[in-house]
Design a protein around this ligand. Structure first.
Ligand code: CP
Length: 307
């Protein structure tokens, strides 16, 4: 099993390809079988605490939905407004206090400064990293690669191109933790300020027109202007002109390539609105797969047994 009962999910490091693919098969077995869904999606009276100290739509609601379907009542704290965070309580203290209410699992989105590792040793239930500053977003990386696996079967040698604000992407951080073990080739196309360090490897492109024909799948990323300082040289218009996906540019992409985006999309910056309508786009499929990846993850982490 990829996730042991009671184990936290903080990153995707040191995962074996066999366990990743076996987890994907587990997700697919749930997605494809209504009778299996009936068997595992039962009500137990347990709770799950969802503590989102940074904004979220997809991840929060997807986890909420997964919890509800598994019979885990979701207890949600979204943002600091109306919480004791407004009175100076640290996120760490909030998490520990909520942990004292004995949820079966803590699902946390927080800033880089939170020490997930230390926290996971101080609380008695597993913690799931639901987005951690720039440092990681393992369930998003899992659902992205699950989407590729479901659509392509074999992942070995598949070329995944990231465009956009790669350096500030927690999603890319998590992808880089396990793509190598799956032998997925990675490419990056972005202005220098958005590129990851050269030590991360990968094929580097400066021009999108050269990068697109290379790719089997392209993952556009939101430009996180809020994480850049004032010295950023690139404007949204400039970025779109040089690195934005447009219907014209999609002509350079293979006919069977996949167009992906983890969301939220800023239309007119990393992609034009029409791009999502392209038959190669699987943006909403990613969201649906995210639900089932999280159902499967919670099922395993809560030790609900083999199915
Ligand atoms: N992909 C993702 O993490 O989206 P949200 O920020 O809306 O959760």
């Amino acid at each position: 099993m990829m996730f042991q009962a009671g184990q936290s999910l903080l990153n995707l490091q040191h995962r074996q390809p066999e366990e990743i693919v076996s987890f994907f098969k587990f997700v697919q077995s749930i997605t494809d079988s209504k009778s299996l869904q009936k068997k595992i999606l039962s009500s137990t009276g347990e709770t799950a605490a969802l503590l989102f100290f940074e904004p979220s739509t997809r991840t929060r609601v997807s986890f909420q939905s997964a919890c509800a379907r598994l019979g885990l009542h979701p207890i949600v704290v979204s943002g600091r407004q109306g919480t004791s965070g407004e009175k100076g309580e640290t996120d760490e203290d909030t998490i520990k206090n909520i942990a004292s209410l004995e949820p079966s699992v803590l699902i946390v989105r927080a800033q880089d400064e939170l020490d997930f590792k230390a926290l996971s040793q101080e609380v008695s239930m597993p913690i799931i990293n639901a987005g951690w500053g720039k440092r990681g977003h393992p369930t998003q990386a899992l659902l992205d690669v699950y989407t590729l696996w479901k659509k392509r079967g074999n992942l070995q040698g598949l070329r995944l191109l990231f465009i956009g604000d790669i350096a500030h992407s927690r999603i890319v951080s998590s992808h880089l933790e396990f793509l190598k073990s799956l032998k997925i080739e990675v490419g990056f196309c972005a202005p220098d300020a958005f590129c990851p360090p050269l030590s991360e490897g990968g094929t580097r492109f400066t021009k999108l027109d050269e990068a697109l024909p290379w790719a089997d799948a392209v993952m556009a990323l939101r430009v996180q202007f809020e994480r850049h300082n004032q010295s950023l040289q690139t404007s949204p218009q400039d970025f779109h002109l040089h690195y934005g996906l447009t219907t014209e540019r999609l002509r350079q992409l293979k006919k069977d390539a996949l167009i992906m985006h983890p969301g939220p999309i800023n239309y007119g910056i990393e992609m034009a609105q029409a791009v999502v309508q392209d038959p190669r786009s699987c943006v909403l499929e990613q969201v649906n797969n995210g639900l089932w990846v999280r159902v499967a993850l919670l099922h395993q982490i809560l030790g609900r047994g083999a199915i």
